[in-house]
Design a protein around this ligand. Structure first.
Ligand code: G1P
Length: 288
């Protein structure tokens, strides 16, 4: 039902400078996989095949990553290293990759609008790979299920956040219609703590109808002077049923240094290869 996912990936990654001076932040590794691959793998595991990546200058490493590396595969095959060969193959298996450039930093809404021609006239997903989610069932899968079950036109992943953190997110106002499901009646991008309609924040996973593109074309710059996806979705309310889903999973804000390190520690501790060694190290050095 949902076949395409859009990955905005044109940002400068200023929070990670100087690491991101010449390398895309989407390629920073979480254990041994680049951040964006975690998002792509989640999309694949949710039944999505077409990955549309919105890139910009200096992002070539992303295209190279999601391409077959003939020399690397030939070398690994010659060495009989089947384990690594399949790790490398899995990066590109079961998906097609499409690219479009966002040549001006005009905001998340503008980035999604750049994917209009590649998406066409069908509902699609948006994944912000900064939001890493460790979930028993891939979050996008949970959302696709809710999309079908509640006859929604749009589904937003939502999570409660501390009141003092609301100004970092899009915040919804909603009516609870089922356990963990809210019918969205209003939403606001990055409100001041006193002005937020709730503490339910939008996390970087969306299912959107193709009509969002028309709305985006008419959306004026909002918070931070950028064309905001939140503002465009807000104007869908009334015409489309917009629901918020409190997903099951632990989310890390890997777009900040602290969140990125937390995600790396949590994922490393769970990793079959290095988890035990890391735990022993933290204990021995009294780092916990
Ligand atoms: C974006 C969205 C915001 C959402 C957030 C989730 O903000 O505009 O509505 O809550 O992602 O991570 P950004 O993090 O790009 O400032």
């Amino acid at each position: 039902m949902i076949r395409k996912a859009v990955f905005p990936a044109a940002g400068f990654g200023t929070r990670f400078l100087p690491a991101t001076k010449a390398s895309p932040k989407e390629m920073l590794p979480l254990v041994d996989k680049p951040l964006i691959q975690h998002g792509v793998d989640e999309a694949k595991a949710s039944g999505i095949k077409d990955m549309i990546i919105v890139t910009g200058r200096g992002k070539n490493a992303i295209e190279d990553h999601f391409d077959v590396s003939f020399e690397l595969e030939a070398t690994l095959r010659k060495k009989g290293n089947d384990a690594l060969l399949s790790v490398v193959r899995e990066v590109t298996d079961d998906a097609d990759f499409f690219y479009v450039r966002q040549n001006l930093p005009l905001g998340l809404g503008h980035a999604v609008l750049r994917a209009m021609d590649l998406v066409g006239r069908e509902p699609f997903a948006v994944i912000l790979s900064d939001d890493v989610i460790d979930a028993p069932v891939p979050v996008l899968r949970q959302m696709i299920d809710a999309y079908g079950k509640h006859g929604a036109g749009a589904v937003l992943a939502i999570q409660r956040v501390p009141r003092e953190a609301v100004s970092r997110y899009g915040i919804i106002q909603g009516r609870r219609v089922a356990r963990g499901v809210y019918e969205v009646t209003d939403m606001v991008e990055k409100p001041a703590p006193g002005k937020a309609p709730s503490d339910l924040a939008i996390i970087g996973r969306y299912i959107l109808p193709p009509s969002i593109f028309r709305t985006l074309q008419a959306t004026k710059p909002g918070a931070g002077g950028e064309i905001q996806l939140t503002d465009a979705i807000r104007s869908l309310i009334g015409r489309e049923r917009v629901i918020g889903l409190v997903f099951d999973g632990k989310r890390y804000d890997a777009g900040t240094k602290l969140g990125f390190q937390m995600a790396n520690i949590a994922f490393s501790l769970k990793d079959p290869e290095i988890g035990q060694g890391l735990r022993a190290f933290l204990k021995k050095e009294k780092l916990t």
